[in-house]
Design a protein around this ligand. Structure first.
Ligand SMILES: *Cc1c(COP(=O)(O)O)cnc(C)c1O
Length: 360
């Protein structure tokens, strides 16, 4: 869609992105900070994010090869780490041609690796399962896996694992997980990577050689109870325009299912965004939006293309005013809490019909 008559947009603040990166990178000073830009850069447009960071980031990470190839077609030439490794044997060839590093987590991938002739020249990272039980080799498999790598591959090897509860500052699980990984790291004398955003912020001992920065890069803190020395800046502002204003009488219902009833004469604004744009259908009446410096509550059900908000108590609101659904004034966490989900899901669900527009 090139014609934009509708002004519903996700505005992306790349200066904020760069500031967040520099701030977190500085917190984990002795390790390399990988920028995780899977899922289209957490919904921010991976190529735009990568371009803004490409001079300071050594390594980007995505989930799978297709995401990395999309970066290459957009002219991003930094090394890319593939977090789920190869899905097909031919992915190894693609990785060599394109300078992708592969995170290997299962025996079938090691078999493909061993079958390569000449040997795979890219960097190999091994995923160790230290207790999340999602992906990775069990600790006691590592010896056997090591024996299947070539000397070159072993010399450059990075051992990785992933926290399951890093955002819980009182949890003992991260300590146990880190200890398991560090035991292997000292045994084999290789590099390691453990920390995601919450790991970086809550568990400094986990920084290691490479951190994997996702959520916090986009200006959202995963560690609500750990105040940061400098606030992160939300990178995405999801916004839409008011396209209609109505006044309804006491007792009138609003929206599908008649879930909200006016308790007083109510002035309503209809805003051009709905669940087809990624605004959650689950959002309850009362979820805040921001208009002209004021807060208004969502009322009634979220429709496919529209929402209605109560502007009775607001001043000077007109058709064509811009409404912020989340961003610098409305925390995405509040919207997530009001719709039984998490910030990660809201960010990555902003749909294709919402243009990602660079701020400024
Ligand atoms: C997505 C992902 C990250 C980034 O996690 P955040 O919580 O967003 O910082 C790190 N490591 C792996 C393996 C991931 O899949």
């Amino acid at each position: 869609m090139n014609h934009t008559s509708r002004l519903t947009q996700a505005v992306i603040d790349l200066d904020a992105l760069v500031k967040n990166y520099q701030y977190i990178d500085n917190l984990a000073r002795d390790s390399n900070t990988i920028a995780v830009i899977k899922a289209d850069g957490y919904g921010h447009d991976a190529s735009k994010v990568a371009r803004a960071l490409s001079t300071q980031v050594k390594l980007f990470a995505v989930g799978f090869i297709d995401e990395a190839l999309a970066l290459r077609s957009d002219g991003i030439d930094n090394t890319v780490l593939i977090l789920e490794g190869p899905f097909k044997e031919s992915d190894f060839e693609i990785a060599i041609e394109n300078n992708f590093s592969l995170m290997l987590h299962s025996d079938y991938q090691i078999k493909w690796l061993s079958a390569m002739n000449p040997e795979f020249s890219g960097d190999v990272w091994l995923k160790v399962d230290t207790g999340m039980n999602r992906l990775g080799f069990h600790v006691d498999q590592i010896d056997n896996i090591m024996s299947q790598l070539t000397d070159k591959q072993r010399n450059k090897l990075v051992l990785c694992s992933h926290f399951s509860t890093a955002e819980q500052i009182n949890s003992t699980k991260p300590v146990e997980q880190l200890a398991k990984l560090k035991q292997l790291v000292s045994q084999y004398g290789c590099k390691f990577s453990m920390a995601n955003s919450a790991g970086i912020l809550n568990w400094p001992n986990s920084h290691g050689d490479h951190t994997r920065l996702g959520l916090a890069l986009y200006g959202i803190s995963p560690v609500a109870e750990n105040p940061l020395s400098q606030p992160l800046i939300p990178v995405m502002t999801l916004q839409a325009d008011i396209i209609a204003i109505h006044t309804v009488k006491v007792g009138e219902y609003v929206g599908y299912g008649d879930t909200w009833q006016a308790q007083r004469e109510t002035k309503l604004a209809t805003v051009a965004i709905g669940y087809a744009d990624g605004y959650p259908r689950n959002a309850k009446s009362g979820t805040p939006v921001f208009i002209n410096g004021q807060i208004a509550p969502l009322v009634g059900r979220v429709s496919m293309d529209m929402i209605t908000v109560d502007i009775t108590d607001l001043n000077d609101i007109f058709i064509g005013n811009t409404v912020e659904l989340w961003g610098k004034n409305i925390s995405i966490d509040i919207v997530a809490q009001n719709s039984d989900t998490i910030n990660y899901e809201l960010l990555t669900r902003v749909s294709k019909r919402v243009p990602k527009v660079i701020a400024g």
